[in-house]
Design a protein around this ligand. Sequence first.
Ligand SMILES: NC(=O)c1ccc[n+]([C@@H]2O[C@H](COP(=O)([O-])OP(=O)(O)OC[C@H]3O[C@@H](n4cnc5c(N)ncnc54)[C@H](OP(=O)(O)O)[C@@H]3O)[C@@H](O)[C@H]2O)c1
Length: 330
Amino acid sequence: MAYTANEARYNNMVYRRCGKSGIKLPMISLGLWHNFGGVDVFENSREILWHAFDNGITHFDLANNYGPPAGSAEETFGQVMDKDFRSYRDEMIISTKAGYYMWPGPYGEWGSRKYLVSSLDQSLKRMKLDYVDIFYSHRPDPETPIEETMMALDHVVRQGKALYAGISNYTAEQTQKAAEILKSLGTPCLIHQARYSMFDRWVENALLDELENQGAGLIAFSPLAQGLLTDKYLHGIPEGSRASKEHGFLKPQHITDEKLDKIKQLNQIALDRGQSLAQMAIAWLLKDNRVTSILVGVSKKEQLYDCIKSIEKLEFAKDELQKIEKILGV
Ligand SMILES: NC(=O)c1ccc[n+]([C@@H]2O[C@H](COP(=O)([O-])OP(=O)(O)OC[C@H]3O[C@@H](n4cnc5c(N)ncnc54)[C@H](OP(=O)(O)O)[C@@H]3O)[C@@H](O)[C@H]2O)c1
């Protein structure tokens, strides 16, 4: 079936400026870590991508190792690019990353120039692209000088293989250093991709302030704590859910009674607000304007619609926020 994008795709999505850059990102972006690999059903992955773009999601996030097997999410995206998305390429922000294990030997992971440059070349082939919009260092490398990693990001931007540079999983201190080096090279750090959800708030300590100082944006990954911050695990582990899959990163042992108790209480607040828990968890992250976008991962288009609807109710009453803080135990 041929794809033609929905003409009304920009009517409802809201876009936020990424730090002090020229780029705006949709409040909701789509990540391809799970559900787009060789183990998944291609037509389902394709359909989710269509529905995302049809609803104003212009940002798709990948990494060299997404799958499984590693590389296969980029291949899936490349197929959809070829079949459906080519004529919309200029309307999209596509990102990829390198940092985790990809191939054997000393050059297949971490942060050397050798690894980052080779990995991006491989990613472009898999995704059938000439360039990505954002290329990330996926994790800080304790052994490679940070200058070398940042110079590799600057290099690929100058080559035109990436338009912007980003970092992921860097501490606030490492972020300051990386951003200063990038600035001195003339390729500012566009964005930091960090885990951020009601259950993991480390970015609030210093990272958000640092990014504001640097004029960079933050995109929050695993905003639903991989599905915990929804109502799906309230009555056990449903078949087909991430926690039920062998290759899923959410394991049954992560679903503790203590977590379930919090989820139940949060779910009640969400219902009282007229939202699903997933929608409330996303809206709660977006209440800070320094958070440019929320990177959701979905296994079905219905989940995508549920997540997108979160932007219809972003405001929180003071007492709702207080109740949430009490439940989260901060
Ligand atoms: N930079 C990094 O190191 C890093 C690390 C992790 C992720 N990421 C990025 O962040 C993206 C998102 O991460 P994530 O997949 O962990 O995000 P997430 O949104 O926290 O979790 C996604 C899972 O939650 C469930 N879900 C989503 N929407 C739902 C809804 N409305 N109702 C019920 N369940 C819902 C689905 O679970 P089921 O599959 O069980 O249906 C889905 O697979 C990734 O794809 C990737 O691009 C980056």
